[in-house]
Ligand binder design. Structure first.
Ligand SMILES: Nc1ncnc2c1ncn2[C@@H]1O[C@H](COP(=O)(O)OP(=O)(O)O)[C@@H](O)[C@H]1O
Ligand SMILES: [Mg+2]
Length: 242
């Protein structure tokens, strides 16, 4: 794999208050690929995503997106580079309908009529629950349906990079398969995807590249195929064979 990198983190340190959480993260996200960020609980995966989005500020190190230094940019400026981020808590509005959640995510659309109808139909195809529950309060959706709405919101407009924190967390196997298919379709349209995942089967089905974090640093990076084919490496990095 020698395609160009859309996003790179070089020696990124992040402090949260008095705590030093990231200790020099080096991460490359190749353009057009699905990159999986793996690692045990507390390794620093979510903090890395929040640092990419400018929600935590890197105390040292550099972040580059499409050749531009984004280290000092604000979160809205970073998002305006067509980077979408779905946080662990999904960031949807429970009291609003699915439709209103989608409208709010479409920055350029003031009403439903202004949402790109072809894109909306494509999203309905990926996530039928979004269409089915269009006029229902989002808070009434199941966990899996909420996760689908969260990803649907993130892609309501075309994106360069889609970042999702643990998309399969708490989902039933059938919903996980639906989610895998949706990400595969997104990748097919050329979107670069960075996923934090604990579910190894999910990771293996989608991942091109993989980075494994521990204690606030990336301890391994390479191809998913190489990791999948090396039981000893899996055991040493993840504590289990895939
Ligand atoms: N808001 C916070 N305040 C203090 N410590 C935090 C905060 N968020 C995360 N941490 C700590 O940072 C470390 C990394 O957390 P996180 O990035 O959420 O890990 P992961 O997503 O890999 O499970 C953990 O030790 C966690 O306790
Ligand atoms: Mg996390």
């Amino acid at each position: 794999m020698n395609s160009e990198n859309l996003l790179t983190l070089s020696g990124v340190h992040t402090h949260i208050g008095a705590y030093h959480i990231l200790h020099g993260v080096d991460l490359a996200v190749p353009k057009g690929q699905v990159t999986l960020l793996l690692g045990r609980n507390g390794a620093g995966k979510s903090t890395t995503l929040r640092t990419i989005m400018g929600l935590w500020r890197a105390s040292s190190g550099k972040l580059h997106f499409a050749g531009e230094d984004i280290t000092a940019l604000s979160t809205p400026e970073i998002a305006s580079r067509n980077i979408a981020y779905v946080p662990e808590n999904m960031g949807i509005f429970s009291d609003l309908t699915v439709r209103e959640n989608m409208l709010l995510a479409a920055r350029s659309a003031a009403s439903e009529r202004q949402m790109d109808p072809a894109r909306l139909q494509w999203i309905f195809g990926l996530f039928p629950a979004v269409e089915k529950f269009w006029n229902h309060p989002a808070g009434k959706l199941s966990g899996g349906q909420k996760q689908m709405l969260a990803v649907a919101r993130a892609i309501v407009e075309p994106r360069e990079l889609l970042i999702v924190d643990e998309p399969s967390k708490g989902l039933a196997p059938a919903i996980i398969n639906n989610m895998i298919d949706a990400f595969a379709e997104l990748k097919r349209t050329g979107v670069t995807i960075l996923l934090v995942e604990q579910n190894i089967r999910f990771a293996q089905k989608l991942g091109d590249s993989v980075a494994v974090m521990d204690n606030g640093v990336v301890v391994h990076s390479g191809s998913m195929a190489a990791l999948s084919g090396d039981a000893a490496l899996q055991k040493s990095l993840l504590g289990l064979a895939i």
